[in-house]
Design a protein around this ligand. Structure first.
Ligand SMILES: NC(=O)c1ccc[n+]([C@@H]2O[C@H](COP(=O)([O-])OP(=O)(O)OC[C@H]3O[C@@H](n4cnc5c(N)ncnc54)[C@H](OP(=O)(O)O)[C@@H]3O)[C@@H](O)[C@H]2O)c1
Length: 216
């Protein structure tokens, strides 16, 4: 199994404005890169916060390639039927909710329920179940909370952080991780950088931090 996360952020580390608007932090080159990543995976995973804020389609449109399955992590089953991720376009769609939550999925949507502790599902269990249903190349596309939970759980192989030449000065931060007090506790990631147009991709290697062996 391979799990890549991507975040498009400003130079001051923001993924959206204070109102949650993020279309678009990245310009055409960053977006094309994102669509290339989508075309390479079996499934895109997003948190319900992104599905509600952006109402994304999560399809491959800017490059040639097949659109992957769409997976929404939504422990409380909040995502409405009319959301674009649920559109009946022949692409596989999976709704991941917490055990015991009463939802009524559309016929084209597969439902997976998992145990949750204080509303939180274990990212490793999410990956295990996705692997079991045949989805082994995964792109975690946001938002900050979802990427941070996968990262904290040691579930990411790579992170593509795409920095756009924008300063917001306020807004949603890219990560939400356990606070640290000293710089020597900071995560320092092995990284390769690439310039695409006027944006920089930090291709970060996270495999050494992986705490648990992911499903095969
Ligand atoms: N620039 C970019 O690259 C980019 C990409 C994507 C999104 N965005 C922006 O990011 C913002 C949304 O990000 P966000 O951090 O607020 O939300 P998010 O990560 O999209 O969704 C977070 C929510 O998803 C659920 N969730 C995710 N992982 C879970 C887990 N392991 N267990 C249980 N529940 C889990 C929880 O739902 P509950 O709240 O129901 O518990 C959680 O609060 C929007 O403004 C969007 O525009 C930017």
């Amino acid at each position: 199994m391979v799990v890549v996360a991507q975040i498009g952020q400003t130079m001051d580390g923001r993924i959206a404005t204070v109102t949650g608007q993020s279309k678009y932090v990245n310009g055409p080159d960053g977006l094309t890169h994102l669509h290339q990543l989508r075309a390479l995976v079996d499934a895109i995973v997003i948190g319900v916060g992104t599905a509600l804020a952006d109402n994304p389609q999560l399809t491959v449109r800017l490059v040639h390639g097949k659109s992957p399955a769409r997976v929404v992590i939504d422990p409380r089953g909040r995502l409405p039927h009319q959301s674009l991720v649920w559109q009946d376009d022949g692409i596989r769609k999976i709704w991941v909710v917490a055990d015991g939550v009463n939802v009524d999925p559309l016929p084209q949507v597969e439902l997976i329920s998992l145990p949750a502790i204080d509303g939180r599902m274990d990212p490793m269990q999410i990956l295990q179940i996705l692997s079991a249903v045949g989805l082994r190349r995964i792109l975690v596309e946001g938002g900050a909370e979802t990427v941070s939970r996968f990262m904290s759980a040691g579930c990411l192989d790579r992170l593509h952080l795409i920095v756009a030449p924008i300063v917001l000065g306020s807004g949603r931060p890219s990560f939400n991780l356990i606070p640290i007090e000293h710089m020597d506790q900071a995560q320092r990631l092995p990284v390769k950088t690439h310039l695409i147009g006027n944006e920089i991709i930090f291709d970060c290697e996270l495999q050494p931090q992986r705490s648990i062996v992911k499903p095969g």
